[in-house]
Design a protein around this ligand. Structure first.
Ligand code: SAM
Length: 190
């Protein structure tokens, strides 16, 4: 396929903005794949801050990062991403180059634990505030389950109304796939 898929495109955007020695955030670490990706992009001198409310996600991600020798460049918080601004040290705020959020439930985990519109929107607001100019938040929305469809509706309403003089918002996704496929919202701070 020559058109990039959602996950791949989200990573391409991160690759474009997250530099060696830079700072990034994973707002929903889950099994840690995106955390590892960001840790590789920031390199030895950079840092990644990761958030998830589930202990299982923290443990699995810690294992994955250790196996790949990048654990010391990542700080994991077992906290909701809505507590992001109070958790990322003040000296790094305004310097975050990239952030990834992957909404919904943990694959292979408890499907009743899902991201919720109010806390997701609170977290997006906070990420936008602490991004560097030109920094990007890539957020993947999963409307294929009932709570996901509700979250999509709330998020679209919020995102459409963000001030275009402060942030660019892009929607990227396939429109002819069945069963409400996931799509990407990318927020670029101006
Ligand atoms: N990016 C992950 C990966 O590569 O494996 C997958 C993330 S998974 C789709 C969504 C995660 O969001 C779950 O692990 C869930 O526990 C977490 N989550 C739910 N509510 C959250 C919140 N308020 N703050 C942070 N994480 C949350």
């Amino acid at each position: 396929m020559n058109i990039e898929g959602i996950l791949s495109y989200s990573r391409s955007l991160m690759q474009r903005v997250v530099r060696p020695g830079g700072m990034a955030i994973d707002g929903t670490i889950g099994n840690g794949h995106d955390t590892l990706y960001l840790a590789e992009l920031v390199g030895e001198k950079g840092h990644v801050f990761g958030f998830d409310i589930q202990q299982q996600a923290i443990i699995q991600t810690e294992e994955l990062l250790t196996k790949n020798n990048v654990a010391e460049r990542v700080t994991l918080f077992q906290k909701g991403h809505e507590k992001l601004e109070e958790s990322v040290p003040v000296k790094y705020q305004g310097k975050i180059q990239g952030a990834m959020f992957n909404l919904g439930y943990l694959p292979g985990g408890d499907k009743s634990i899902v991201t919720k519109p109010n806390t997701t929107i609170a977290a997006i607001d906070q990420v936008i505030r602490i991004l560097a100019k030109g920094g990007i938040l890539g957020l993947i929305v999963y409307p294929g389950h009932e709570e996901g469809a509700y979250e999509r509706d709330q998020l679209m309403e919020y995102a459409k109304n963000l001030d275009q003089s402060k942030v660019n918002v892009l929607q990227y996704g396939f429109i002819n796939q069945k069963n409400n496929p996931p799509f990407l919202l990318a927020f670029e701070k101006k």
